[in-house]
Design a protein. Structure first.
Length: 380
């Protein structure tokens, strides 16, 4: 997306569910630079979180109205939709962690399935909506571990409660499109994005946040000094290091979400389901990702005590897919899209953000810098 295309959202009202999450916080920052009027609907962030650092000035200026509420509360959601009358709706509110879905399956389905039902119904009853996008995941597909990239026309049947609930969210959306939204002239798409990384992700049971906590000494630090094979000071514990994932910087899918919202508003026939993932070369194993993160951290730091390495701790949790890869040719053909930053650049920017954070620096300024750099590279 170019700066000119992003300016399409200037002075337009966009409702974002899940705005206090990692992706939502980055999206608020992007929309703030675009001059959009943002209404956020989400639970309050828990513990250490990006949102207060990323969006404080937007709330103070009135550019962002933050509604702290539950996506499962249909009456509240409908009230906010009808009060605000947004033109664009982007749905990201979810219980997003695979391991948590094993611990809280019912809650996961309530959030991810009934939350989607609630929003689709609110969209149906809000006449101002001109474009609607539901964000799901690369894990919606029936994964038989074939070692092949998934295409949008393949069966949906996620294995674990999180993945399966997102498959259900897709089906709910498709039903509303067929039954109501298409006839009403509300173009609606779903976006299936790969694993995102970037500065400010504090979630548990995600590999880069776990790595960052180890680097900063704020998580579970396994210091090894007597092992000849591991001479560094801080050791990241990695589960399933041979699993392949489509890792990408968080801004890659966020700008594509806005591209889809804009494009289908201008040309409703473009509405559909789209994969959003990295180049094939950036679909790396978890172990390779952590190796690259350690290299980026060690190269840019001066503290020998914080030198990083990692060790394989095996599979310590419930089932997770071994191979995930997306065929993104449909998005390339439809929108002329291609990824902007490769995995190494994404990790360098993640490390840069983390070092600003560790130094109590200006997070909004750092995020603005990264957004501007991403836009410049996308136009280059």
């Amino acid at each position: 997306m170019t700066r000119k295309e992003l300016s399409y959202f200037k002075d337009k009202k966009i409702l974002v569910t899940g705005h206090t999450g990692f992706k939502g916080s980055w999206l608020c920052r992007i929309l703030g630079l675009a001059g959009a009027s943002v209404v956020g609907y989400s639970l309050a962030p828990e513990g250490e979180a990006l949102y207060p650092l990323a969006a404080g000035s937007m709330e103070q200026s009135g550019q962002l109205r933050s509604v702290i509420a539950d996506i499962r509360d249909y009456d509240k959601l409908l009230q906010v939709m009808q009060e605000e009358q947004p033109e664009f709706v982007l749905h990201m509110a979810a219980q997003p962690i695979v391991r948590t879905s094993y611990e809280k399956p019912r809650y996961t389905y309530e959030c991810n399935v009934m939350g989607t039902v609630n929003l689709c119904e609110a969209v149906r009853l809000t006449p101002s909506v001109k474009s609607f996008l539901n964000v799901t995941t690369d894990k919606v597909y029936k994964n038989e571990e074939r070692g092949e990239a998934f295409r949008e026309d393949e069966p949906l049947d996620g294995y674990d409660p999180y993945s399966n609930s997102k498959s259900c969210s897709e089906l709910v959306t498709h039903s509303y499109v067929n039954s109501f939204l298409k006839e009403m002239g509300i173009p609606t798409s779903t976006a299936r994005a790969g694993n995102v990384i970037g500065g400010g992700d504090f979630a548990r049971d995600r590999i880069i946040p776990d790595s960052v906590r180890t680097a900063l000494g704020t998580g579970s630090v396994n210091e090894k000094t007597g092992n000849d094979e591991i001479s560094c000071k801080r050791i990241i514990q990695v589960r399933n290091p041979y699993s392949i994932r489509p890792f990408q910087h968080v801004m890659e899918p966020l700008f594509m979400y806005l591209t889809i919202l804009r494009a289908q508003h201008m040309e409703p026939s473009l509405a559909g389901a789209y994969n959003i993932g990295p180049e094939d070369a950036d679909c790396v194993t978890t172990g390779d990702l952590v190796t690259r993160f350690c290299d980026a951290w060690n190269r840019t730091g001066e503290d020998a005590e914080a030198e990083l390495g990692w060790e394989d701790v095996g599979n310590l949790g419930p089932h997770e897919a071994t191979f995930l890869k997306l065929d993104c040719s449909l998005a390339r053909k439809t929108f002329g899209w291609k990824p902007v930053w490769n995995i190494d650049r994404a990790l360098l920017e993640t490390v840069a953000w983390t070092r600003v954070y560790a130094a109590d620096g200006d997070i909004e300024a750092e995020m603005n810098r990264e957004i501007e750099a991403f836009l410049e590279d996308s136009e280059g």
